[in-house]
Design a protein around this ligand. Structure first.
Ligand code: KG4
Ligand code: ZN
Length: 339
C-alpha cells in the first residue's frame, strides 16, 4: 500500500488529497477561490497566489486529518508543477519541497493536464487504458492517446481558446457571471439547442485540433453586432437567452464529440475517457456517452469531484510516476506551459 499526499495550486483552487495506490481517495480537500475572483470576471493571478499562501497549510492538515494519516504513513509528496499561473504554482511547489525535505520523503512533479487525463481512472478497479482521452478545461482542450498513466501522446489541441474559456467568455457576453461553465450548463437546459446555427469550426475534415475563438465572436455578434442581431442583451427574453446558451453549448459539444470519434477511428482503441472542468457539463457527458454507445465503445467520464481542479488526480498520477522512478530533486521548478 503506497500513500501519496497530493498538492494542487495551479489556478484558483487550493487543494490537497491523500490517495492510496493511485486509486483509492482517502481525502480530497478543495478550497475554491471563486468568491475572490468573481467580481473581476476572471482569475486575478496575484489574488490567487496570496489566497494559496493563506490557505494551503490548513488544507493539507485537513486532508491528512480526514484521511486519518500522519507523516509516517505518507510515502511521497506529489505536486502540480506545470502548466498554470507561475505565481500560484510556486506556492504549492515550495510547500511540497519543504515537506519532502523536512519529512525525508520522495518528491514527484506532476503535469496538471496529464493528471486531468488520468482522472477518469480514479476509483476504477480495472484501468481503462488504452483509451482516447478528451480533456477539456478552462486553460486547455486536448485529445490524447493514453496507453498507460505515464505513456500519454497528444493527438490534438486547441489553437486558440480552450473550451472552458469559451464557456466563460460567452457567459460574460450573456451577463451570467463567473465561472461561466456551470451557469451556461444550467441555463441551456431551458433552451433549444437548434435555435441558432452557430459555427462548428473543424479546421478541416482530418484535423484533431480545435478552435473556439470564432464561436465566441459569433455569439457576440448575435447578441450585439451586425447581421441577424437581436439588438443588445437587454432586448433578449429569458427564453431567447436560454436558446443562445443551448445553441452555443451544442455547437461546442458537436465539435468535441466529432473529433473524439475521429481520434478513436484513427487510433483503433475501443475506450473513450473524459476529464477536465468542462467534463462536468451534463450535456457533454450524455452526448459523448451516447456516441460511444452507438459505436460499442467503452466510455468513462471522470466523477464530478475529479472534473474541476483537485489534488486527488495529482496524488493519483503521482503514484504511477513514483512507481516508474520519476521523482524530482529539491530544485523542482514551476512552469507556465505544458511539456
Ligand atoms: O479543469 P478546471 O477546473 O481548471 C483548469 O484546469 O482550467 O476547468 C475550469 C473550467 C472553467 O472554464 C469552467 O467554466 C468550466 O471548466 N466548467 C464547465 C462546467 N463546470 C466547469 N464548463 C461547462 N459546463 C460545466 N458544467
Ligand atoms: Zn484543471
Amino acid at each position: 500500500m503506497t500513500t501519496i499526499l497530493g498538492i494542487e495550486t495551479s489556478c484558483d483552487e487550493t487543494s490537497a488529497a491523500i490517495v492510496v495506490d493511485g486509486r483509492t481517495v482517502r481525502s480530497n480537500i478543495v478550497a475554491s477561490q471563486v468568491d475572490l475572483h468573481a467580481k473581476y470576471g476572471g482569475v486575478v493571478p496575484e489574488i490567487a497566489s496570496r489566497a494559496h499562501i493563506e490557505r494551503l497549510d490548513a488544507v493539507i492538515e485537513e486532508a491528512m486529518a480526514v484521511a486519518g494519516v500522519t507523516r509516517d504513513d505518507i510515502d511521497a509528496i506529489a505536486v502540480t508543477n506545470r502548466p498554470g499561473l507561475v505565481g500560484a504554482l510556486i506556492i504549492g511547489v515550495t510547500a511540497a519541497k519543504t515537506l519532502a525535505w523536512a519529512w525525508s520523503k520522495p518528491l514527484v512533479g506532476v503535469d496538471h493536464i496529464r493528471a486531468h487525463a488520468y482522472s477518469p481512472a480514479i476509483e476504477m478497479q480495472t484501468p481503462p487504458w488504452p483509451a482516447v482521452g478528451l480533456i477539456v478545461s478552462g486553460g486547455h482542450t486536448s485529445l490524447f492517446l493514453i496507453r498507460s498513466p505515464i505513456d500519454i501522446e497528444r493527438l490534438g489541441a486547441t489553437i486558440d481558446d480552450a473550451a472552458g474559456e469559451a464557456f466563460d467568455k460567452v457567459a460574460m457576453i450573456l451577463g451570467l457571471g463567473y465561472p461561466g461553465g456551470p451557469l451556461i450548463d444550467k441555463l441551456a437546459r431551458d433552451g433549444d439547442p437548434k435555435a441558432i446555427d452557430f459555427p462548428r469550426t473543424t479546421l478541416g475534415p482530418n484535423s484533431l485540433d480545435f478552435s473556439f475563438s470564432g464561436i465566441k465572436t459569433a455569439v457576440l455578434y448575435h447578441v450585439h453586432g451586425h447581421g441577424k442581431t437581436t439588438g443588445g442583451l437587454e432586448k433578449l427574453s429569458q427564453r431567447q437567452l436560454a436558446d443562445v446558451a443551448a445553441s452555443f453549448q451544442q455547437a461546442v459539444i458537436d465539435v468535441l464529440v466529432r473529433k473524439t470519434m475521429l481520434a478513436v477511428k484513427r487510433s483503433g482503441v475501443q475506450t473513450v475517457v473524459l476529464g477536465g472542468g468542462v467534463a462536468a457539463n451534463q450535456a457533454l457527458r450524455a452526448q459523448l456517452a451516447s456516441a460511444c454507445e452507438q459505436r460499442r465503445l467503452a466510455f468513462h467520464a471522470a466523477k464530478m469531484a475529479y472534473c474541476t481542479d483537485n489534488a486527488a488526480m495529482i496524488a493519483a498520477l503521482g503514484y504511477h510516476q513514483l512507481m516508474a522512478g520519476d521523482t524530482a530533486a529539491l530544485d523542482l521548478d514551476a512552469y507556465a506551459h505544458a511539456r
